[in-house]
Each structure stands twice: as C-alpha cells, then as structure tokens.
Write a protein that binds this ligand. Sequence first.
Ligand SMILES: Nc1ncnc2c1ncn2[C@@H]1O[C@H](COP(=O)(O)OP(=O)(O)O)[C@@H](O)[C@H]1O
Ligand SMILES: [Mg+2]
Length: 233
Amino acid sequence: MLSIQGINVYYGAIHALKDVTIHVEQGEVVSIIGSNGAGKSTLLRTISGLLRPRTGTIGYKGADLVHTAPHDILKMGISQSPEGRRIFTNMTLYENLQLGAYTRKDGEIAADMDKVMDRFPRLRERLKQSAGTLSGGEQQMLAIGRALMSRPQLLLLDEPSLGLAPNLVMEIFKIVEEINRDGTTVLLVEQNANRALEIANRAYVLETGTIVLSDTGKNLLSNPKVKEAYLGG
Ligand SMILES: Nc1ncnc2c1ncn2[C@@H]1O[C@H](COP(=O)(O)OP(=O)(O)O)[C@@H](O)[C@H]1O
Ligand SMILES: [Mg+2]
C-alpha cells in the first residue's frame, strides 16, 4: 500500500531522516517507535506532503506522493491525526469534525459523522460545545475522529497517547485496534513503545533519523535491545 524507499529529509542543515525505508501493507497496523527527536513526526509529515524528501521515493497504491500536493494526498485516502492534536479550540466539536471532511463532496458526510460518534460516545454529548472545553483524552478522540471524517484508507497517528492518563491510553489504543479491524490501515508513531508494539503487526525502531530495527511487534517486544532502550529494562 505504502512504500517508502531511501528518503532523506532535512530542516535546513539538520538531516532529520536518513535513508529511511519502510513499507505498509493494506490491513496492517505498523508502528514506528523512537525517542523524542528521533524523526517520527518528520516521517508522518513527509508522507502527508507537508515536508518533501530531498532524495528517495514514496509510493502509495502505485502513485508517487513526493510530487503530490497535501490536499490531493488527503483525497487519495491518507489522513493524519497530528502530534499535540491541533484541534481548533475556539470552534465546536461539530465544526472540527466537519473540517475533517473538507475535501469530500459526497452525500455521506452526516452518516460518517454518526459513525464517529458511535466510536467516541463522549463526543456525541458535546457536539455543540467548544473543543477547548474538552479534556486531553477527549481532544485526542476528536483529533482521531476528525482524521476519520475524510474516510481514510491509511490513517497516520502521531503519538495519540501523549500526555494521557493510563486508563485513557488503554482506551485510545483499543479504539485504534477497532478502527483497524473495521478496515483502515494504520501507521502509528509512538514513544509509548509497549502498547504500540502490542497492537502492531510489524514495527520499526527509529533512532536519530535512521531505522535501526524492524520486525513483528511481538518479536520486538522480546528483543533485548528494545527492552533495554524502550521498555524500561
Ligand atoms: N521545524 C523544524 N525545524 C528544525 N528542526 C526540526 C523541526 N522539526 C523537527 N526538527 C528536528 O528534527 C529532528 C526530528 O524531529 P521530530 O520529527 O519532531 O522527532 P519526533 O517526532 O520523533 O520527536 C529533531 O532533531 C528535531 O529537533
Ligand atoms: Mg513527534
């Protein structure tokens, strides 16, 4: 579905991604784990077309994403829930969700909004409330819900568990599994390595811009190097 080959991404002189090669097959949950500053967000922003690799290729269902505009990448079925949620706090939940569907012209937006509410019942009760009144966990649900409103085939999730209490972290990961089970392919980046590896079919370890390990989620959970560096020994 997604094939990234040898991409190099820079911020001026900073070489943020170095020869990164990864692939995602339809139906998978693929996780990228890595510490703060490893390049996880850079990778997702590059797939979304917000950053451009200096070299390397990004293929998605046979199309070249490196030369595709971000709104066209969204139309092609790739949607991102960004790090830090980036919801519009002065707008209502309803308006935030509507924005997620801005590239669509079909007549099923209202029905999809209903599906998102079913997925996140906490949001239904608060539809007319301004998004700034939500708790951190609810804002994360809104960010994921907004990403789902474009009907993605590939959902990119940037640290959905960041800053959430443990019970909410469990809930968010459970919802990610459900979204995947219902047919959406997921590429997840996380510092919370434990849960990210548990739900992943396959995963990669990113260290200072370089992929240093790749295996099934299960094998990485028991990999001594991963245990020592990312799972607290
Ligand atoms: N807008 C930016 N300008 C300059 N450097 C940046 C910018 N964003 C990220 N970086 C640098 O790129 C590297 C990767 O950052 P990032 O992708 O945000 O990592 P992660 O998401 O894994 O924490 C870091 O060294 C970071 O300081
Ligand atoms: Mg990040």
